[in-house]
Design a protein around this ligand. Structure first.
Ligand SMILES: Cc1cc2nc3c(=O)[nH]c(=O)nc-3n(C[C@H](O)[C@H](O)[C@H](O)COP(=O)(O)OP(=O)(O)OC[C@H]3O[C@@H](n4cnc5c(N)ncnc54)[C@H](O)[C@@H]3O)c2cc1C
Length: 310
């Protein structure tokens, strides 16, 4: 196992982690980014962004490639596909199957992932009709019928994306109005392939080998009904990626790390940035902004905690 020492180790190579990498390495501290997957985070999986300033439309993968190239330019050391075994924030040590990293500061940028419905059949049918990524799996549903669950931007945008392939997309939402931005809602209401199923929750996902039915309950009338579908795409929220870290830092009720405005967490020298922290907006631009702030304060922390050599 290689023993590696850096001033800053950033955990997670999505928009927040890559932005932190750019700012930390420009601040002349040795910087590594460690990711359990390839770099790029969530944007690498969705098709286009229309709200990243400077780009009227940009592919998520393309944008993240630019972030990565920018981090490369400043000499950030990248460690993708690391199998994380343990993280000790107090001693600032991260052990993966190949490397042992020690650092003066750690920036946590591990992001978030889709919240599960938690209903019978969901886990069993993942990859056989249950998917959390329309961009990854949408093409399998050409000329089929699918249900998207949720009412926020992600649910509505993914429902619209799926209409490129599916003949019909049900949007199942537990309320009688959407939470998505007005402009997104307007586009969805105009889309003839989308049928809205209001005031309803999914209580079960059924099928033989593949999904063929979702069981719905109307939350007002408690009426139970079956919807015939070939696929289910839940977009009901997100949960933070806090495995191996949870319990070491202050977290809110949803498990998101609590930081101050410098991104400092409850442990000295440990910062949290992007979707993994408690924040009012989870977007690429806010993740990148958090990364910048966290890295600048990580560099300040290193400078003020330099060992005095006598
Ligand atoms: C369907 C969908 C559509 C979206 N559309 C938009 C949009 O149009 N515009 C917009 O601005 N935002 C959009 N977002 C939100 C945006 O993707 C996120 O806010 C942003 O990616 C957060 O960046 P992040 O770096 O904090 O986390 P992430 O992008 O989640 O990256 C986290 C990284 O950490 C890694 N990781 C996780 N756990 C560990 C661990 N234990 N150890 C090491 N590495 C780990 C992951 O592999 C990943 O690479 C969308 C999100 C979704 C799901």
């Amino acid at each position: 196992m290689a023993q590696l020492e850096f001033d800053t180790v950033i955990l997670g190579g999505g928009p927040a982690g890559l932005s932190a990498g750019i700012y930390a390495s420009r601040g002349a501290v040795s910087t590594a980014i460690v990711d359990m997957n390839m770099f790029g985070g969530q944007p690498s999986n969705y098709l286009e962004l229309e709200n990243y300033p400077g780009f009227q439309v940009v592919g998520g993968y393309d944008l993240m490639e630019k972030f990565e190239e920018h981090a490369d330019k400043f000499g950030v050391k990248k460690f993708p596909m690391q199998e994380i075994q343990s993280i000790d924030l107090n001693s600032k040590r991260i052990i993966t199957s190949e490397n042992e990293f020690s650092a003066k500061t750690i920036i946590i940028a591990t992001g978030a992932q889709p919240m599960k419905l938690g209903v019978p059949g969901e886990k069993e049918f993942v990859g056989r009709g249950v998917s959390y990524c329309a961009v990854c799996d949408g093409a399998f549903y050409r000329n089929k019928v699918v249900a998207v669950v949720g009412g926020g931007n992600a649910a509505v945008e993914e429902a619209m994306y799926l209409t490129k392939f599916a003949d019909k997309v049900y949007l199942v939402h537990r309320r009688d109005e959407l939470r998505a931005d007005k402009i997104v809602q307007e586009r969805a209401f105009k889309n003839e392939k989308i049928e809205f199923v209001w005031n309803s929750i999914v209580t079960e996902i059924k099928g033989e080998n593949l999904v063929d039915t979702v069981v719905l309950e109307n939350v007002k009338t408690h009426e139970v009904s079956n919807l015939s579908v070939n696929g289910v795409f839940p977009y009901i929220g997100i949960v933070p990626n806090v495995e191996n870290i949870s319990g070491q830092l202050l977290q809110d009720a949803g498990g998101f790390f609590i930081t101050d405005e410098t991104m400092a967490t409850s442990v000295e020298g440990v910062f949290a940035v992007g979707d993994v922290r408690k924040t009012p907006l989870r977007q690429v631009i806010t993740a990148a902004s958090d990364g910048a702030v966290g890295a600048v304060y990580a560099v300040k922390y290193i400078e003020t905690h330099k060992e005095v050599v006598v």
